[in-house]
Design a protein around this ligand. Structure first.
Ligand code: MV4
Length: 454
């Protein structure tokens, strides 16, 4: 096992990783930007090194500064958390060449999954179902029209280097297809430095279902069931839950086996998530693979009892995975509400600032992952996540009741948050029935807007 690791991240995930290290007997090195000097990850780590100014490019994305900090403190490994450098194949390579273990998959796997079209082709070859569409780059309008004719409208244009919903265009006919193609290519070039786009049949109102996997370096791999991440707004997830209200044991087995087949086919190691779209007939299609620990990993931890961060560190250190698929059972139901410093009443406008009052919920079946405290200043430089409230219940209805109880205890001021959104969501009859798609939030907010107009 490692004796010392560096955490190349900030916020709640840095704390989560430091806590796992403490329990594993691993010493920790925090890195921080000038503005994060008073952050909890700096206080809780054994050592802390300032790596630059507030802007992410000067600090948490500053590879030379982070590698220098790792060399000075003589760590054996770097945990990248999520975001920042977590899915940067170049960073993983540099760690490797400096003889520092990158706690994650290989640079080759990160690079493959970063190219969404290559990932799609690779998973198709492995036998996973993919949405009908193109198997190579769309070069011109003739290519586009030919594909659209063969699969039928609506279609969606996606950037090969995109992902997470960025750079997508939905087209309903030849005319919009041709005009969207040019802008999609230009946008892809501008945003990702890669103009390559591909086309898929557009699945209307799907659910976003993702399977958590973990693999060791000895070809042993297990899946830990699904998370339903359909509750999102503009590709930002707001609530995630496990199990999905629409996935039964039979479907879970099929999704899990598909995920394992895909991961095995590329020799994947460490934690990963295979995203699927599930259509209204319960057909599923491979979408993307995330090669990092995800924000929503706690819901899987609560229903499986597996500490994903500890397991991730253990397999990176070359330990054998002790989990066996037949011993992984989904117990009860868990959900996570993302509390962002955003003004729900004001179109989710960012609401940074100093926290004056803070009362965090607690009690049975509630877990809070957060880095904030009374007197902490939420900076506008980084993402707006301030806390994750995660509830567990014997069943979904109980997990919802406990979540409502917890959110009603949560006091934070003067900054505005997404708590009022969650209170509304958790009392919506369709949500309570489990009847929703990736369009649900948009539809719910539009419906409420209408009510206000009358
Ligand atoms: C799609 C789709 C419908 N049809 N692909 C968005 C994020 C990226 N992971 C893939 N995304 C989508 N791809 C086809 N062929 C709809 C979405 C989509 C979506 C997916 C998951 C979660 C939220 C979403 C919101 C809008 C669109």
């Amino acid at each position: 096992m490692f004796s010392k690791i560096l955490i190349a991240n900030r916020g709640e995930i840095a704390l989560r990783i430091i806590r796992a290290c403490k329990e594993l007997g691993i010493r920790t090195v925090a890195v921080y930007s000038e503005i994060d000097r008073n952050s909890l990850h700096v206080r809780l780590a054994d050592e802390a090194i300032c790596i630059g100014q507030a802007s992410s490019t000067s600090s948490y994305l500053n590879i030379p500064a982070i590698i220098s900090a790792a060399e000075i403190t003589d760590v054996e490994a770097i945990h990248p958390g999520y975001g920042f450098l977590a899915e940067n194949p170049h960073f993983a390579e540099i760690c490797e060449s400096c003889k520092i273990t990158f706690i994650g998959p290989t640079p080759e796997n990160i690079r493959l999954m970063g190219d969404k079209m290559a990932a799609r082709n690779s998973m198709h070859k492995a036998g996973l179902p993919i949405v009908p569409g193109s198997t190579s780059v769309i070069k011109n309008k003739e290519d586009a029209l030919k594909i659209a004719k063969s699969i039928g409208y609506p279609v969606i244009i996606k950037a090969a280097a995109g992902g997470g919903g960025k750079g997508m265009r939905i087209c309903h006919n030849d005319l919009t297809l041709i005009s969207n193609l040019m802008t999609a290519q230009a946008e892809a070039e501008a945003n990702f430095g890669n103009a390559n786009v591909y086309i898929e049949k557009y699945i209307e109102k799907p659910r976003h279902i993702e399977i958590q996997i973990i693999a060791d370096k000895f070809n042993h791999i297990v899946h830990l069931g699904e998370r339903d991440c359909s509750i999102q707004r503009r590709h930002q997830k707001l609530l995630e839950e496990s199990p999905s209200p629409v996935v039964d044991n039979k479907l879970r087995k099929r999704l899990g086996e598909a995920a394992l087949r895909g991961a095995r086919s590329v020799g994947y190691v460490n934690v990963g998530t295979i995203e699927f779209l599930l259509d209204s007939d319960n057909n599923f299609y491979f979408m993307e693979m995330n090669t990092r620990i995800q924000v929503e990993h706690p819901v899987t931890e609560l229903v499986t009892g597996v500490d994903l961060i500890k397991e991730q560190i253990r397999v990176a250190a070359g330990e054998k995975l002790r989990l066996q698929q037949e011993h992984i059972n989904i117990k009860g139901s868990a959900m996570e509400c993302r509390i962002n410093a955003e003004d729900f009443e004001n179109n989710f406008m960012p609401s940074p600032g100093k926290i004056e009052t803070l009362i965090l919920p607690g009690g049975p079946k509630i877990r809070i992952d957060t880095h904030i405290y009374s007197g902490y200043e939420i900076s506008p430089y980084y993402d707006s996540l301030v806390a994750k409230v995660i509830s567990w219940g014997e069943n979904r209805a109980d997990a919802i009741k406990t979540m409502l109880r917890a959110l009603s205890e949560f006091e934070i001021s003067p900054i505005k948050t997404t708590i009022p959104f969650h209170l509304r969501l958790l009392s919506n009859p369709l949500f309570l029935k489990g009847d929703f798609s990736t369009h649900f939030v948009q539809e719910m907010l539009k419906e409420e807007q209408k009510g206000e107009d009358v």
